[in-house]
Ligand binder design. Sequence first.
Ligand SMILES: C[S@@+](CC[C@H](N)C(=O)[O-])C[C@H]1O[C@@H](n2cnc3c(N)ncnc32)[C@H](O)[C@@H]1O
Length: 218
Amino acid sequence: MTCSQGFCEARLNDLSAGQGVDSLFPIRRPLELEIGCGKGRFIIRSAVAYPDRNFLAVEVARRFHNIALRRANSRQLANLRLLCTDAKFLIRHVLADASLRAVHILFPDPWPKTRHKKRRMLQPDLLHALLRVLEDDGCLHIATDHQEYWEAILVAVAGVPELVRMSRFTLDDRLPVGELGHTNYEVKYRRTGRVINQGTWRRRGRKEKPGEGDSPGR
Ligand SMILES: C[S@@+](CC[C@H](N)C(=O)[O-])C[C@H]1O[C@@H](n2cnc3c(N)ncnc32)[C@H](O)[C@@H]1O
């Protein structure tokens, strides 16, 4: 990584040159990925709160990536890197098997029009791609304010038996006291009283038998 990129910027070229994602960070630690980080509120707070983990945020819109990058660079966080690219490409073609401790997809674009629904992030093919990159017992966190999208997500996830719904949204453990939400969109929506659906799924261990570890208390 060159200095001109700024402290927290990662570039796809660095990765496609054969270097793994771990090479972006000075120290190898459990890695969490946020897909569509927007202006970076959640991932920057997470990186500050958990210095013993590495965080990678991918955002396709250059304008939002630049805002998040500016905020991250000003904090010089060694455990945070931001990448401006399509998350689907990153997941399918760049990330190694079982390389992620957690994946966060918070308020993905709902694409409400019928003819646009195929653009939605959370579809069966992406869920299967996530299965490959999540480590055993790794977590997938999803939140959305869009009821119909949420119902479609529940159907899609139910079709992936390797993902086991947990009894609560475990990300709430890292919401700072007094904060209204994890992300910019969540804060905005909660202010207006909009209903928000959220869930955590655990990736079943690759050697785990179906049904094992499904107790609702997990
Ligand atoms: C509704 S916004 C939510 C932003 C942030 N998660 C929040 O809650 O404040 C969805 C974000 O996902 C980004 N996005 C959409 N498709 C993406 C993709 N394929 N790869 C990476 N980011 C994507 C959009 O550019 C946008 O910033």
